[in-house]
Every structure is written in structure tokens, then in C-alpha cells.
Design a protein around this ligand. Structure first.
Ligand SMILES: [Zn+2]
Length: 262
């Protein structure tokens, strides 16, 4: 039985690696998606400010043209004023001129404010454009890195699949069926090592009687808490190792996947 269990643990080791890599590969598009969203937001901010800038620039031009026209009129009126003999007409035109002057100076103030806004908007647009381009660069390089990473992961999974087939062929069929059944439902981990009376997958303390039986390696037992096949890790040279199993990252995944299935 010990040899059967040892072969099973060997299989679990390679399965855990495959499981971890596949999960990592799954998460890659999510990360890229986040960057893509950030980029979209940056683009929106830039586009909005740019549109506002164009709008203010256009209004400024219109206002400046109007002011030019008014100034031109004013000159004409002033010229006419010199030619008027009638006092009443003279006073009326003079009043008109004064009113136009006030309106023009108000327009000038508005134009100045617009110029200030154009300056501020121009700076903003330049900054937003720069940060958008930087983000775009980041996205592109991240994308390239991710594509490379996917190639590497696929290659590694392919290699591990081959190794898996080799290890799998050594596992006793009935034990294998039980293992696969548990593994399907327990996020890729079907067998758990036992250390100091605890299941290392779920950290549950095992009843002493069960622990004693496990140390004899004469039957297949499962964890009363998580349901995984239990293998006492043993001691010294014959100790059984299962590196990936107690890794924190994998444990977290197990919990997360358990939550999903509930
Ligand atoms: Zn357990």
C-alpha cells in the first residue's frame, strides 16, 4: 500500500503544478483587461478635455471677430461725430459711442478669460495625452510579455502532461479513480499529506485512532473534514514529500473554488 500511496502522491505533485499553471494562465486576460479599461478611461478624459479646448478656441475666435467688427463700427461713428452739426444728434451718437465702448471693454475682458482657459486646457490636454501614450506603451509591452508568458506556460503544461501520463500509469486503477473523483470536486487536490496528526490540505486535526492507522499504510483513508485521501508523510529517508500541497497560494485557491461551488 505504501508504494501505491507514494505513486499517488507523485501524481498529485505534477497535477498541482498543472493546476497552478492553468489557473495562472486563466488570470492573465483579466490583468490585461484591467489595463485596457484604464486606457479607455484615460482616453475618455483626454478626448473630453480636447473637445472642450476646441470649443473654447472656436468661441474665442468668434468673439474676437465680433470685437473687431465693433471696433470698426466705433471708428466710423467717431468719424461721423466730427461731421454732425445738430446738437441733439451729436449727443445721441456720443451716447451710442460710450455704450459701445463699455460693451467692447466687457468683451475684451471675456476674451482675456477665454485665453486663460485656453492656456489651462492646453496644458491639461498635453498632460493627458502624454499619460495616455505612456499607458498605451505599458499596455503594449505588457501584452507582449503576456503572450510570451502564455507560450511558456503552454510549453510547460505540455511537458507536465507527458510526465503526468507516466506517473499516472504507475498508480493502482482503483486508487486512481478515487483520487480523480475527489480531485474534481476539491480544486485539483485529491490527496493530502498528514503531519503531526493534521491534514495538511485543510489543517484539521485527525482523530488519534485514524492517525495510528494512517501510520501503518495498510488501507486508504480519507480526511473527515475535506474528504481527501490521506497519506502520512513518514519520517527520515523514506519520508514522502509533496511540495505544492502546503503552498499557501494553492490553499487559497482551494478555498475560493470551494466557495464558488457552494
Ligand atoms: Zn483535510
Amino acid at each position: 500500500m505504501l508504494e501505491h500511496l507514494r505513486n499517488l502522491v507523485n501524481l498529485q505533485e505534477v497535477d498541482a503544478k498543472i493546476h497552478r499553471l492553468k489557473k495562472e494562465r486563466q488570470e492573465i486576460p483579466e490583468k490585461l483587461n484591467d489595463l485596457e479599461k484604464e486606457l479607455e478611461k484615460a482616453n475618455l478624459g483626454y478626448t473630453e478635455q480636447k473637445a472642450r479646448l476646441i470649443e473654447v478656441q472656436r468661441d474665442h475666435k468668434i468673439k474676437e471677430q465680433a470685437l473687431d467688427d465693433e471696433e470698426e463700427n466705433l471708428k466710423k461713428w467717431q468719424k461721423r461725430l466730427l461731421e454732425i452739426k445738430n446738437t441733439r444728434e451729436y449727443v445721441a451718437l456720443q451716447r451710442e459711442i460710450e455704450s459701445q465702448k463699455r460693451s467692447n471693454s466687457q468683451r475684451e475682458e471675456e476674451i482675456l478669460l477665454m485665453l486663460e482657459e485656453i492656456e489651462v486646457l492646453g496644458k491639461n490636454v498635453a498632460l493627458l495625452e502624454e499619460s495616455y501614450k505612456e499607458l498605451e506603451k505599458k499596455r503594449d509591452s505588457e501584452k507582449a510579455a503576456v503572450e510570451q508568458k502564455i507560450i511558456e506556460i503552454d510549453k510547460e503544461v505540455q511537458r507536465l502532461d507527458k510526465e503526468r501520463r507516466e506517473r499516472l500509469s504507475k498508480v493502482e486503477p482503483e486508487l486512481l479513480a478515487k483520487y480523480e473523483h475527489i480531485r474534481d470536486r476539491r480544486a485539483g487536490i485529491g490527496v493530502a499529506l498528514v503531519r503531526d496528526g493534521h491534514c495538511l490540505a485543510c489543517m484539521m486535526g485527525l482523530p488519534p485512532q485514524l492517525y495510528n492507522e494512517l501510520m501503518r499504510y495498510d488501507a486508504v483513508h480519507t480526511c473527515p473534514s475535506c474528504g481527501r485521501i490521506l497519506v502520512w508523510e513518514g519520517k527520515g529517508k523514506t519520508a514522502i514529500h509533496l511540495q505544492d500541497q502546503t503552498a499557501k497560494g494553492l490553499e487559497e485557491n482551494v478555498e475560493k473554488n470551494d466557495d464558488k461551488s457552494n
